[in-house]
Design a protein around this ligand. Structure first.
Ligand code: ZN
Length: 132
């Protein structure tokens, strides 16, 4: 299994990690298969969405914050319940196909690491499964 660190710099942030994932696939030398991207955190997530207009991730962060406000009422004593809920809504993993060593993504798609309780040092795990 491969991994790489992600340093987040804000409480809420979406960071394009497509290049790091692509580089891991190239390092394995696998031609085609599945690439599983997993975030081992309870207040962060991974998602695939548009990379061309930076307002798209901004809008995603904004609507999540309106749906799940920072301040509750919540029961969880750590004070970051909103981040836990957002992380579950967005999900801890994505699986992406790759062919000829290249991720099979739409023209405007990127893989984003989603920070909901930053800034922090985070990790992303990647498993590359070669398959014809
Ligand atoms: Zn917590």
């Amino acid at each position: 299994m491969n991994s790489f660190p992600v340093k987040t710099s804000a409480r809420f942030e979406m960071i394009d990690i497509t290049k790091q994932v692509r580089d891991i696939i190239l390092e394995t030398g696998a031609g085609s298969g599945l690439c599983h991207v997993f975030v081992p955190h309870t207040t962060a997530a991974v998602t695939i969405n548009e990379n061309a207009d930076p307002d798209v991730p901004r809008d995603i962060i904004s609507i999540l914050d309106r749906l799940i406000p920072l301040h509750g009422p919540y029961r969880h004593g750590e004070g970051n319940s909103a981040a836990h809920v957002k992380a579950s809504m967005m999900g801890a993993s994505e699986t992406v196909l790759f062919e000829n060593g290249q991720l099979v993504l739409g023209t405007w798609q990127s893989i984003f690491f989603c920070e909901f309780d930053g800034p922090r040092m985070r990790n992303v795990f990647v498993k590359v499964i070669a398959a014809p």
